[in-house]
Design a protein around this ligand. Sequence first.
Ligand code: TXA
Ligand code: MG
Length: 328
Amino acid sequence: MQTAIGTDINIAAAFLKAGELVAIPTETVYGLAANALSESSVAKIYAAKNRPSFNPLIIHIANITQMHEYAFVDEISLKLAQHFMPGPLTLLLPKKSTVPDITTAGSKKVAIRIPNQALSLALLSQLDFPLAAPSANRSGYISPTNAHHVMEGLHGKIPYILDGGDTAVGLESTICEVAEESIILHRAGSITAEDLAAVTGMKVVDAATYHAPVISDHSTDSPATPGQLKSHYAPHTPLYMGHIPELIQAHAGKKMAVISFHTRYEGVDNFILAPDHQLSTAASKLFATLRAIDNSHYEIILSEQFPNEGIGIAINDRISRAQFILKH
Ligand code: TXA
Ligand code: MG
C-alpha cells in the first residue's frame, strides 16, 4: 500500500468511510484513526500498530452532544467536558452499547475526547461516526508529533496521513475518571491535577495509588488503564534520567546525547528543549528530540529530571517510562 501525506479532509473522510485507516493530527500527538463503530476497521488499527488486543482505544468526537451517544455522562464529567473540550483531556466514562467491545478491548468503560485541532475537528464534523484513534506509532515506540514521524512507523500500512504540521502540546492527553469521592488521574498531561481540582472542587488522586471505596458502583470498579501498566514511549537507545554531571561520569567513554530543560552542558552533545525556560516548549519538543537522537548514532541518552510542576509532571512521567532500567 502507498502512503500519501496531504491536507485534504475530503480524501481523509473518503478513506475512513470506506473502512480504512487515516492518521490524523491532534493538538497532543498524531492519532491512527478508524471508524470507532466498525469492528473490522478498528481491528485494522490493532494490526497496523501491532497493539496488544487488551489495550483499549480512545474515541474522538466533534462535540459534547455526541458524548451522550456513546457514554453515560455524570454531572462532574460534563462540567469537565464543558470546561476543557475541545482540548487535551480524555474522560473515562461508562460505555453505552453503541460502542463495539473491540474498541474498548472488552472494557465497560469508554475513553472519549474532542481534539482541539482545526483539520481534525472539520473532519470529525463531516463524519457520522466517531474515530477510534490511539497514537499513530508502532506499539511501544515514541508517539508522533508530526506527519513525518507517522510515516517513519506506518509507511506502507495506511493509505493517508492528514498533515496538520507539528502538534501544539506534544504529549498525549490527560486521562481522568470521575469516581465517587475523587477524580482518578490515569495519565498526566498538560491539563494537570490542579486544573481538574480547580474546576470541580474535588480531590484528584493518582490511579497508581487509588483504592476504590468499599461501597462502590460500576463507575469505580477498576482504576486500571491498560496502556499505562508497562514501559512505553521508549526509544531504542537506552535512556537514563537523573543528575547529569553524575550520569556523564558514570557513562564516560560512551557516545552520549544529553537532554536538558535550559541548562547548557559543555563537552557533550546537548539537546536543550526550552531556551525560553518554558515547560510547555520543552513538552512540545520532547518526542521529536527523542526520535532525532534515536535516529543518530548515540549509544546512550541522558536526561535531566524536569521541574515537577504543571506539564513538567507529564514530561517526567514520559521520560521515566522511556528509561532503560524500567524495562529490564
Ligand atoms: O492525546 C491522546 O490521547 C492521543 C491522541 C491521538 O488523541 N491518543 C492516545 O491514545 O494517546 P493511546 O491509545 O496511545 O493511549 C490511550 C491510553 C492507553 O493507555 C489506553 O490503555 C487508555 O488510554 N485507555 C483507552 N481506553 C480506555 C478504557 N476504556 N479504559 C481504560 N483505559 C483506556
Ligand atoms: Mg500511545
